[in-house]
Ligand binder design. Sequence first.
Ligand code: URA
Length: 241
Amino acid sequence: MISKAGLGSRTEARGWIGAGRVAVNRRVILNPDHWVDMDRDKVLFDGKPLVRKEHVYLVLYKPKGYLTTYKDPENRPTVYDLLSDVGTFVVPVGRLDLDTSGLLLLTNDTQFAERIMNPDFHVAKRYLVKANRRLTDEELARLRQGIELDDGPTRPATVTRIRDSEKYTHFEITLTEGRNRQVRRMVEALGATVLKLVRVAIGPLGIGSLEVGKWRYLEPRECAALGPQRSLARKASTRLT
Ligand code: URA
C-alpha cells in the first residue's frame, strides 16, 4: 500500500515500517507483511494519512549503459537517474539489459505491469539486432521456429533480415515472451553474439519521436491499445508494503 501510494519502493517501505514510521488504526506496525483493509483501516505514515495515488504510465527510451534497477551497489547509472522529474514512484515493466537500449514502460499500476509481463497475454516486443557475423537463412529460420535454451524452447518468433554488411547481419525479431537476456541467448545458441540490441516496439507502441534518455506519459488510448484491461476489482485487503 505504501509503494502504491507512490512514496517509494517496497524495499524502502519495509525499512520505514521497521523504523516505526507507519501506524494502522493508531497502533505502530513493525511487521511489513501486515495486511490492511483499505476501506476500513486508517494508515498513517509519519503521522499523515496515506492516500492512494492515481495510476501513472510512462515510456522511457532507455539508453545503453543504464541499469533497469532502483539502486546499484556499484553506483552505476540506473533508469531512475532519468526519471527524477516523475513525481511518483514507478516500477519498470520488465527489464532491459545494461547494454540494451529502447522502450521501457514504467508504472505504479502493478496489475497493468503484471499483465504486460505475463507471457499468457502474448504482448509482442520487437527488437532490432546487430549480430557479430553474417547469419544464414537457416540460422534466422532457427530463431523463427524456436531455439532450445537452458530454460526451455523459445516460442515461434517473427524474424526479418533487414540488411547484411560485409561482416554483420542486422535483423528484426518479435517475441511474445520476455525471458532473461532472451535475444542474446538465442543468438548465442547459434554460435554468434549480439553487438547491438534496441527494443523498438512493445505491442502497438513504437519509439516514434522519443529521444534517447527521454520519457513521456502514455496517452489513455495507448494504454488501452496495449491490451484490454481486465476489470480491476479493487481489493479491500492489501499488504501494508
Ligand atoms: N533480450 C535480451 O537479450 N536483452 C534485453 O534487454 C531484452 C531482450
